[in-house]
Design a binder for this molecule. Structure first.
Ligand SMILES: [Zn+2]
Length: 240
C-alpha cells in the first residue's frame, strides 16, 4: 500500500481508478482509511503533491491505522516491554506502600508500584501511572531539546505545548505554537530531535516542500533514518 508522510505521521492509502472522473479526489471511508480516486490514465506522480496540498484535511480526517497485532497492543502486565528513550525496558509490577501509584526505572526495568485501595482495574492503574511518568519525562526532556535546537534553527516557538495525540508527533501552528506528543520520549534521542527540528523548521517553512526538507537536512543530515525509525515504530508507540 502506498504511504504519504505528513510531518512525522505516515498514512497509507489506496488508489482507485474511476473512469468517469475528470479530476482527482480524496475520500475517507468509515474506518478512517484514505482513498484516492483518480481518472483513467492519470499520472501517478501527481498523487503525492496533491495529498501534501490536502495534508491538513487528511490529518483531521484520517487516523493512522490502529495496531491490531498482539505484540503491539499493550496489556500492562509483568514482563511486558516498553520503550524509554530508545531503550527496551520490562514492566515489573509491585504493590505500593501508600495510596499513590508511582513509577521508577532501574536499569532495564520499569517498576510500577501500584496504589492500594484503588477502584480502578489494575491495567488502568498501570496505564495511568505510566502515562503520568512518561508525561513528566516529556516535560523535562522536550523543552530542553527545543531550547537547544532553537539556537541552531534560528527561530523558537511562541509557545510550547506537550500533549497526547494518537496519530501525530507534533505540529507547528501559524501563530508560532509548537505542540509535541509526550509519546515521543519513548523514542531514541535522535528521533526526538528529528521531530523537534521538523517542527522548528516549520516556523520558517510552513509546508513540506523541498526548501523545508533542505532546512531539516542542513541541521540533521541523517534525518531520514530517524524518520524511518518513527514510522516503523509509530503503531507501537502510539498504541496505548
Ligand atoms: Zn511537518
Amino acid at each position: 500500500m502506498p504511504t504519504i508522510s505528513i510531518g512525522s505521521t505516515v498514512i497509507s492509502y489506496t488508489i482507485e481508478v474511476r473512469p468517469r472522473r475528470r479530476y482527482m479526489a480524496i475520500q475517507v471511508d468509515g474506518q478512517q482509511r484514505l482513498k484516492v480516486l483518480v481518472p483513467i490514465d492519470y499520472p501517478l506522480t501527481q498523487i503525492e503533491p496533491f495529498l501534501l496540498q490536502e495534508s491538513q484535511w487528511i490529518l483531521r480526517n484520517v487516523m493512522t491505522p490502529t495496531p491490531t497485532s498482539p505484540s503491539v497492543q499493550k496489556r500492562f502486565v509483568n514482563g511486558e516491554t516498553f520503550w524509554v528513550a530508545g531503550d527496551v525496558v520490562r514492566l515489573a509490577l509491585t504493590q505500593a506502600a501508600d495510596k499513590v501509584s508511582y513509577v521508577h526505572r532501574e536499569h532495564d526495568q520499569l517498576i510500577v508500584s501500584l496504589a492500594q485501595e484503588s477502584l480502578l482495574l489494575e491495567t488502568e492503574m498501570v496505564r495511568a501511572a505510566l502515562v503520568a511518568w512518561y508525561r513528566q519525562m516529556a516535560l523535562e526532556v522536550l523543552p530542553a531539546r527545543i531550547e537547544y535546537y532553537k539556537g541552531i534553527v534560528g527561530r523558537g516557538p511562541e509557545r510550547l505545548k506537550i500533549s497526547e495525540y494518537k496519530s501525530r508527533w507534533g505540529y507547528c501552528r501559524a501563530d508560532g505554537l509548537i505542540a509535541l506528543n509526550w509519546r515521543l520520549v519513548q523514542a531514541p534521542e535522535p528521533v526526538m530531535d528529528y521531530v523537534v527540528v521538523h517542527e522548528l523548521a516549520h516556523l520558517r517553512h510552513p509546508h513540506h516542500q523541498t526548501t523545508f526538507w533542505y532546512a531539516v537536512a542542513s541541521i540533521l543530515p541523517n534525518y531520514a533514518a530517524q524518520k524511518r525509525w518513527l514510522s516503523d515504530h509509530a503503531a507501537e508507540l502510539g498504541a496505548w
